[in-house]
Design a binder for this molecule. Structure first.
Ligand SMILES: [Zn+2]
Length: 334
């Protein structure tokens, strides 16, 4: 069944959704709070910014921005909320969309989950989590793992390193580098989170030892195979990291390094509660379109700054309005 009935934008479900969930708070172009109503647009209002003079509607810049099949998107988001992220094929079948659409919608929804940047508190558990550098989706790359990794030293260089941490504010995981992890990489990704932390607990790992020394904080090392059954918090932390790896490697058969941070944010959030992509707070985020359309550039600058490998085989998809919108640098996922 193709979704033939989605032509009307005046569908009562959509009207209701716009009225109840999508609020106007800032100009999506310049972030100004000074705007006024400027006529109607279909079933909603158009607004005009006093600062930059541009007009916009409540959904401009959000995950639903520019979509023709808005109602199908709502159904898609509902499925993602209840069943988690399904494979592209399953999603295409369930809502009747093309694979690229399904892929895009997934990433727009994932982009609306913020990284947990809250403080870890006095004591933090830390660990590095790695994946093989992944170029999935890049055409023309004769990708062969055996050729790619010639020896173990090479393996380290071609591995994406993420830093997982757990403390008062819950679990978080962040992409730090492609290549060997250094103290500065850990410092950079834990940044504000580690302020006020007096002690870190890690599995035996020299780099975290150096990191603790550098910050002049206490470091407790444990051997993961010797964690006692009653040390529930530790056991849980190490199993979460394994679970995350498993989720990426088996549920999706790997995720492109370009997108790994989006999945990491979603995963971390879902440790605490169910993610609902259709709430007022999600639609307050007017920078989703901006993140979504700039992913390739964000990824490129990440590789240039924090990796030992070169950026190759660019994916060229162009959006006319990419880069027109306001985006706070801290909203950029890595
Ligand atoms: Zn403006």
């Amino acid at each position: 069944m193709k979704n033939a009935a989605v032509k009307t934008d005046f569908d009562p479900i959509l009207v209701k959704f716009y009225n109840s969930t999508i609020k106007v708070n800032k100009c999506p172009y310049c972030n100004s709070s000074s705007y006024y109503r400027h006529g109607k647009y279909k079933f909603t209002y158009r607004y005009k910014c006093r600062e930059c003079n541009r007009t916009f509607i409540p959904s401009t810049g959000t995950s639903i921005h520019h979509l023709k099949k808005k109602k199908v998107f709502l159904k898609y988001a509902e499925i993602l909320k209840t069943d988690g992220i399904l494979t592209l094929r399953k999603m295409c079948k369930r809502v009747g969309i093309a694979p690229l659409t399904s892929f895009d919608w997934r990433h727009k929804i994932l982009a609306s989950v913020s990284y947990n940047d809250k403080s870890l508190g006095e004591e933090a558990l830390c660990k590095d989590v790695w994946f093989l550098y992944n170029l999935k989706g890049r055409k023309g790359i004769g990708f062969d793992n055996k050729m790619f990794i010639k020896n173990l030293k090479d393996l380290d260089k071609k591995t994406s390193k993420l830093v997982a941490a757990d403390g008062n504010s819950g679990y978080s995981i962040k992409l730090a580098k492609v290549g060997s992890l250094g103290v500065n990489d850990i410092k950079r990704v834990l940044d504000m989170k580690i302020k006020g932390t007096r002690r870190i607990i890690t599995a035996e790992n020299k780099i975290f030892n150096d990191f603790a020394k550098n910050l002049k904080i206490e470091h407790k090392k444990i051997k993961s195979e010797f964690i006692k059954p009653n040390e529930i918090r530790l056991r849980k932390f190490f199993s979460i990291n394994e679970d995350f790896r498993h989720w990426i490697n088996y549920s999706f058969r790997g995720v492109a390094t370009k997108y790994i941070q989006l999945y990491a944010n979603f995963y971390s959030y879902c440790r605490r509660k169910i993610y609902n992509p259709l709430t007022i707070s999600v639609f307050k985020k007017k920078y989703i379109w901006s993140i979504f359309t700039s992913m390739e550039n964000i990824y490129k600058s990440f590789l240039t700054n924090y990796s030992e490998i070169a950026y190759t085989a660019p994916i060229k998809r162009n959006w006319k309005t990419s880069g027109m919108y306001y985006i706070e640098s801290k909203k950029i996922s890595y």
